[in-house]
Ligand binder design. Sequence first.
Ligand code: SF4
Length: 471
Amino acid sequence: MLDGRGQKISIGKNVLIIDPTSPEPNRGSFCYMPYLAKMGLQRTCQLSNVVLMEDFTLAGLDEVEKQNWDSVFIALWSYPQIAFCTYLDRVFRGKARFFGYYPIIEDLGLPIARLEDDEILYGMAEYPKNYKNFKHLLLSDCDQHIQGGKDIEVVPLFTSYGCNRGCSFCSAAVNCQHRRLVLSTDDVENMLCECFNQIKWNIHFTDEDFLYDTERAYRILKFATSLTDQWQFIALAHLNTLDRFVDFVRQEDPKVANKIWKCMRLFEVGLETASASVAKDMHKRGDSGVDKAVSVWEKCPVPILWLTMTFFPGETIKSIRETGNFLTKYGLSKEQMTPRLVTNGTRAGLGQFYQAYHGTGMDFSRLRGCGTVLTETPMRLVPSFVPDSFRESMFVRNALFIYTDEFDFYKQVYGLHLDDQDLQKIDGAIGDVPTCVNDLIKKLGIKSSTMFSDICICIALLARLDLIREV
Ligand code: SF4
């Protein structure tokens, strides 16, 4: 571990790692940090006793305070953890250091402890040997695409950590300083052997882009499928790297290719938006646009779950509708997803809501200049920001909406606090005369931020489902 000046921290014999409980589910690679720290420190400081307290709450504090710790490292990787972390800082009277999402820790002025590259690499390599030692394995809801019933066990496996691309909203790339730490293929092969021997054959590759190096990914999967073809894999990929990988595998030995495609259950690809203008503002895909996404979808023999983002600055009814239209053709159907999963990949799944993560270049004061900030402790599956571009875009009715089953289904999935009367008011307020979200809010007399948020989700859903259209 390194301190804020980049100096090595002497950690002593008794080391405590605390991962405070967080309501934020699966916030990318940060939430694995405490696990990587436990395994990495155990390996780099072999004489130390490293204890990880997962899901830590106030109830565990008495027990922890009774012991004499040489070092206390506290994970802070999500906004909802902030209040508890600043409290813990006081409890440990200056003894604690914080790691996780570094720009938040720096902004709060808390003492920092940065995982060294070796510790992250060891942490990744040691993960399979430690599955049994953890209470949680922290996987994503996409795991339900793996066949075998709800209770099937899926395990995470990192072969690399971080990303060197520059999508403007991306906290994952910021936190690793736009670098990718990579395990050798020999290490990955050993990890796969470990999984094979433990019969952990359902694996979610938790790399930001598992396919970043085509030949490496092919070599890893070729090795894996030489052990068995009973694996079920999920992997995250970038559109361009998936494109390259599909072309590459096609030219290789067909027997290996068939095994690879048999074992790959799902690719998760960050589409974010089908709107060229919003994608450009996000620095997302250059000029390739959705045409590239369509061509990859057409040739990829494995289902693609398109990850999307809603309410990025610049979002409008038009851009939301474009994404809905794309997902109607190339997304997954809601029947392929359980209600818990409709936040992504289906035509009305709004995916992650944009958050102005510290360090991404859009701080909260800048954000206030281009929209409404609903909270400064955002969670990705609830809107925390609504851009003015969305509030101001004009739209009219495209179809009758209130009583469609699909709208009702998504209304329930998002838990909207809108009763029949509210919906009838919205229905009545949208007609053939152009209106906008701001006008609707005025007509409905909305007072609470929950109601405001629900109305914005409702309008976004109507746009995604093609029930309103921009003018
Ligand atoms: S490709 Fe993915 S992980 Fe990399 S910067 Fe963009 S959003 Fe982040």
